[in-house]
Design a protein around this ligand. Structure first.
Ligand code: NZQ
Ligand code: ZN
Length: 380
């Protein structure tokens, strides 16, 4: 196990009716700005509950943070927040609203253009932020990351700032999610755990078992959620899995991969594909191309998560890779680039971008431009 420092300061406020706790969680005299997406919260009662919880308070609202939040939109929110001297932010929505609001929280404390902060990659002088989460997927409600897009140039990069002070998770508020968003949320959760688990074997028994527990939970609940997305306990386990999958709890003392995510961000930037949908495709390519490097962990994952224990090592790994792709397909997602009409032009552009940036992702720092090409070719 590697050395590590762990601290996650986000207060998790979980369960039915918990939005009513907002007034206790936001300091009384705050100059508050509440941020939203495109309006789903008006259709599922979340907006009314937030208003009721904050009755008697004053705040301003910023609407329209889109999926894959764009700097072009966030600049407007920062200008509005500056004008009103905002000193507390509440993000109400999915990962995109939360991520966008993380950049707003940093942008309010930075004189220049907030895109500078995205390019810098990290900025921790921020206005405090709380969240009400409506979509289990990203873990943004309990981590310090955000992913920001720039439409003008078709770019999408990760950015790190501070953790939310608190996050309210009411599983009932997920009942209105469209099926595709649920599928993408399950895929995102699964791949987050994999990015931290499917690396080098033998680093930590504790992390391995926690990660395998989350993977097994997602595999168990996914078909049941497809049958009934209004089951409170199923959605509660989905929500908690998503949060636990990317809040640092399965990352202590172990190496991490993230190559699938970095390639997936390019597919979103270039084609607008939903984040979880990109992962359902790319991850299959990653494990095919890096099967030797990940051999010991693939065998462990196959045995413990899928019960694949018979046959030679090669046969077991083949079956494990097949089971993984079948899992994404069972969510109703594409697992091949061709299904989304993506081909050589995009592969060449991603290879070019990786080469130009001189990156080398993954636990072995070997996912360069040419390796990204091999991965994408393996999921054509
Ligand atoms: O905008 P509204 O109208 O609210 O609708 C949203 C949006 O259209 C809708 N939605 C959300 N909750 C709903 C709902 N519709 C009905 N009922 C509800 N309860 O769902 C759509 C998608 O929302 P979005 O926030 O974009 O989805 P998600 O939470 O998957 O966030 C995706 C973004 O997060 C980034 C992704 O790259 C992408 O930009 N990620 C952030 C991470 C982080 N901060 O740590 C890590 C992840 O790997 C990921 O990269
Ligand atoms: Zn993700």
């Amino acid at each position: 196990m590697q050395n590590f420092v762990f601290q996650n300061p986000t207060k998790l406020v979980f369960g039915k009716g918990m939005i009513s706790k907002l007034a206790e969680l936001i300091p009384a005299n705050s100059r508050l700005m509440i941020t939203f997406g495109g309006g789903s919260v008006k259709r599922n009662g979340v907006y009314d509950e937030v208003k009721a919880a904050l009755a008697g308070r004053e705040w301003i609202e910023f609407w329209g943070i889109e999926p894959n939040p764009a700097i072009e939109t966030l600049r407007k929110a920062i200008a509005l927040g500056r004008e009103h001297k905002v000193d507390f932010l509440l993000a109400v929505g999915g990962g995109s609203v939360i991520d966008g609001t993380k950049l707003i929280s940093a942008g309010l404390r930075y004189e220049g253009d907030a895109w500078d902060l995205v390019l810098k990659g990290c900025y921790t002088d921020t206005v405090p932020l709380g969240t009400v989460l409506t979509l289990p997927a990203t873990g943004s409600e309990m981590n310090s990351g955000a992913v920001i897009s720039r439409h003008e140039t078709k770019e999408k990069y990760a950015f790190y700032s501070n953790y939310p002070r608190f996050s309210i998770l009411d599983p009932e508020k997920t009942f209105t999610l469209p099926e595709h968003q649920i599928a993408c949320g399950l895929s995102d959760t699964f791949v987050h755990v994999m990015e931290q688990y499917l690396t080098t074997a033998g680093q930590s028994r504790v992390m391995d078992r926690w990660a395998e527990g989350l993977l097994q939970t997602v595999i168990e609940i996914a078909p049941k959620i497809r049958e009934n997305k209004h089951d409170y306990d199923l959605m509660a386990d989905f929500m908690l899995s998503a949060t636990m999958g990317l809040n640092g709890f399965v990352a202590m003392g172990v190496t991490q991969d993230w190559a699938t995510h970095m390639i997936g961000h390019e597919l979103t930037a270039l084609h607008g594909l939903t984040h979880g949908a990109t992962l359902a495709i790319v991850f299959n390519g990653t494990i095919r191309v890096l099967r030797e490097q990940k051999r010991a962990k693939l065998l462990q994952y196959g045995a413990r998560v899928w019960g694949i224990v018979e046959g030679t090592e090669e046969e077991r790994i083949d079956r494990t890779i097949e089971a993984t792709e079948a899992f994404f397909r069972s969510l109703g997602l594409s697992t091949r680039l061709s299904e989304e009409g993506i081909g050589e032009e995009t592969i060449a552009e991603i290879e070019r971008r990786f080469n130009e940036a001189g990156v080398a992702y993954g636990e072995a720092h070997n996912v360069t431009g040419s390796m990204a090409r091999r991965i994408l070719e393996a999921c054509r």
